[in-house]
Design a protein around this ligand. Structure first.
Ligand SMILES: [Zn+2]
Ligand SMILES: [Zn+2]
Length: 318
């Protein structure tokens, strides 16, 4: 009974993951459609024509158009950076560095130790994310670096996996988390700008006075306003959640794990936690890229090693 139940569950999950994979190009198309609709409503139907009215109208239209295009460029750059950047996989020959903790470098002892871990029946629970012990993925049949998780949609282990995002058709992990946060940031600013700039048209819709524009452009402005308002509000929630996660040096997955793990070794102070995602070089904080120096100097940006604080310090903070 249990066995068949498990099989049905696994089958359903598999179907779900396949469906998510199939959604891929449709979601990118959907994002581009929303961008296209918004572009039409803001630039072509409303602010483009008022640009040549003269006086305050022209000034407002110019400001809105410049901000709109600048934010759109950053939004699309961040979006495609998340879509196209590999979140970080585990190389087949990767194995945990156990020398540090065990204090011996004897290759025979090391292989015997790893062998015993593999043979153990508690592979998934050995060494939870917080103590950096030896972790093993039974689906990929290989060791997992600290903070790495298996994604059933991608079908592989992802370094510092945060979540699998259907909007970007990719996993969000160690190598593209910053780009994902920037995408959220610019998407929030852009949708807020669009909401505010179309607010007057939205209000006009409910007044009795004469409304400029054809029914088609009015309908587009109305739909665009509602869509952007909904996105602005939901992205704001996401953004606040992720800011809190970055400050505490936690991924979405780890936030659930932490409920059973009172000590969080990876939290090494707000500034350093932030730098582990955004890098040290301030000039790169607002663009989806890292300086070569940061990549060289900060192992955390590669996704395999993370600095931790000692147990005593972690306990003091409880
Ligand atoms: Zn795996
Ligand atoms: Zn994934």
């Amino acid at each position: 009974m249990d066995r068949s139940g498990g099989a049905v569950m696994a089958w359903n999950v598999f179907r779900f993951c396949t469906a998510l994979r199939g959604l891929g190009s449709i979601m990118i198309l959907l994002v581009l459609c929303i961008v296209g609709l918004t572009y039409y409503a803001v630039v072509i139907a409303n602010y483009g024509p008022t640009l040549f009215n003269g006086g305050l109208d022209s000034f407002t239209a110019f400001t809105v158009l410049v901000l709109f295009h600048a934010l759109l460029a950053m939004l699309l750059w961040s979006y495609f950076s998340v879509v196209l950047t590999d979140p970080g996989g585990v190389p087949p020959n990767w194995k945990p560095d156990i020398d540090d903790e065990r204090g011996d470098a004897d290759p025979l002892l090391e292989s015997a130790y790893i062998g015993s871990v593999v043979a153990s029946n508690q592979l998934n629970v050995l060494g939870d994310a917080a103590n950096q012990g030896v972790r093993y993925c039974r689906k990929c049949n290989r060791f997992k670096p600290p903070r790495c998780h298996h994604c059933s949609v991608c079908g592989r282990c992802i370094l510092k996996m945060d979540h699998h995002c259907v909007w970007v058709v990719n996993c969000v992990g160690a190598l593209n988390y910053k780009y994902f946060l920037l995408f959220l940031f610019y998407a929030f600013l852009e949708t807020t700008l669009v909401t505010l700039s179309l607010l007057s048209y939205f209000i006009m819709f409910f007044t009795d006075g004469e409304i400029p524009g054809t029914p088609a452009t009015l309908a587009t402005s109305f739909v665009t306003f509602v869509l952007n308002l909904a996105f602005a509000l939901s992205i704001m929630g996401f953004l606040i959640m992720h800011i809190l996660l970055v400050v505490a040096n936690t991924t979405t997955i780890e936030a659930y794990e932490k409920k059973t793990t009172p000590k969080w070794h990876f939290d090494i102070g707000r500034k350093k936690n932030f730098e582990q995602v955004f890098g040290i070089n301030r000039r790169y904080w607002f663009i989806p890229a890292y300086s070569e120096e940061d990549l060289r100097q900060m192992p955390a940006l590669q996704g395999f090693e993370y600095p931790t604080k000692p147990d005593t310090e972690a306990l003091q903070q409880l």
